[in-house]
Design a protein around this ligand. Structure first.
Ligand SMILES: [Zn+2]
Length: 225
C-alpha cells in the first residue's frame, strides 16, 4: 500500500506554513506522506477483510484499514470527537486504496452510514460522510446522501442479546432509487457488523445489485485476508 497521497498545489503551498504531520503520532513529515518512518513500520501490512452474514444473500465483503487499538484508535478518536476533520482526507486516501485493491474498485456510487440528527448537530460534522466524500474523489465515484437514520438507537455493546437483535430494526431508510447500482458502503468503525447489515438491507431494497463495505477501523484486526 502506497502511503503517499496526492496534494493540490494550494495544499503544497500551505505546507510551507502548516507542515503535514504523521497521521498517527503528529511528527512533522514531508508533504503527501501519511506516516513517519516509525509509524509506517508499525502499520499492518494490508487491510483486514471479513464477510458479514446477510440473511438470504451473499455475505457482505468488508475491508477495514486500521486496527481499533493503540495509536490507530487514538487517531480515529481525534478525528471523530476532537474536531480534527482535516484527517478525513488522509484517512479517505488510505480507505480508497483498500477499496480499489481489495474490492475491485468497480462501483457506481459510494454511500455512508449516517449519524442520527441529534448526534449530527452535537458533532457539527458527519465523520462517515466526510470520509465517503474523500473516498469518492479519489476513486472517481459519486457520493450519495442516500441513507437516513430514522430511529434513535442505543449503542449495541451496552445491550443484552435480545435487545441487540432488534435495536437496529428499521433504523435506516434509503431515500434514493439505486436500481442496478454497485454500491460502496462507508463507515468509520465496524464491530459486530449489525449496522452495516441493516444499511445494506436498505440499499438492496432500493435496488442495489451489489454492496461492499469499507471501514476505517475494526476491533477484530487479524491482518490475514
Ligand atoms: Zn508517526
Amino acid at each position: 500500500m502506497s502511503q503517499r497521497y496526492p496534494l493540490s498545489w494550494s495544499r503544497r503551498l500551505a505546507c510551507l506554513f502548516f507542515p503535514e504531520r504523521c497521521l498517527l503520532c503528529g511528527r512533522v513529515v514531508h508533504p503527501g506522506v501519511l506516516f513517519c518512518a516509525a509509524c509506517e513500520e508499525a502499520l499492518p501490512p494490508r487491510p483486514a477483510l471479513r464477510r458479514i452474514g446477510m440473511p438470504g444473500r451473499e455475505p457482505l465483503p468488508t475491508a477495514a484499514v486500521m486496527p481499533y487499538r493503540g495509536r490507530w484508535r487514538r487517531c480515529l478518536l481525534r478525528y471523530k470527537f476532537q474536531g480534527c476533520r482535516s484527517l478525513a482526507r488522509q484517512l479517505g486516501w488510505l480507505m480508497a486504496q483498500a477499496g480499489a485493491d481489495l474490492l475491485g474498485g468497480e462501483f457506481d456510487a459510494a454511500v455512508y452510514v449516517p449519524l442520527g440528527k441529534k448526534r449530527r448537530r452535537e458533532r457539527e460534522y458527519d465523520q462517515s460522510q466526510l470520509l465517503a466524500r474523500n473516498i469518492g474523489l479519489f476513486l472517481g465515484v459519486p457520493v450519495l446522501d442516500a441513507l437516513e437514520k430514522v430511529k434513535d438507537t442505543k449503542t449495541q455493546h451496552e445491550l443484552g442479546r435480545a435487545e441487540r437483535l432488534h435495536n437496529l430494526d428499521q433504523a435506516f431508510r434509503c431515500s434514493m432509487d439505486l436500481t442496478g447500482r454497485r454500491v460502496l458502503l462507508v463507515d468509520d468503525i465496524v464491530t459486530t457488523g449489525a449496522t452495516l447489515r441493516e444499511c445494506a438491507k436498505e440499499l438492496y431494497r432500493a435496488g442495489a445489485i451489489e454492496v461492499c463495505c469499507l471501514c476505517t477501523a475494526t476491533a477484530r484486526f487479524a491482518a490475514k485476508p
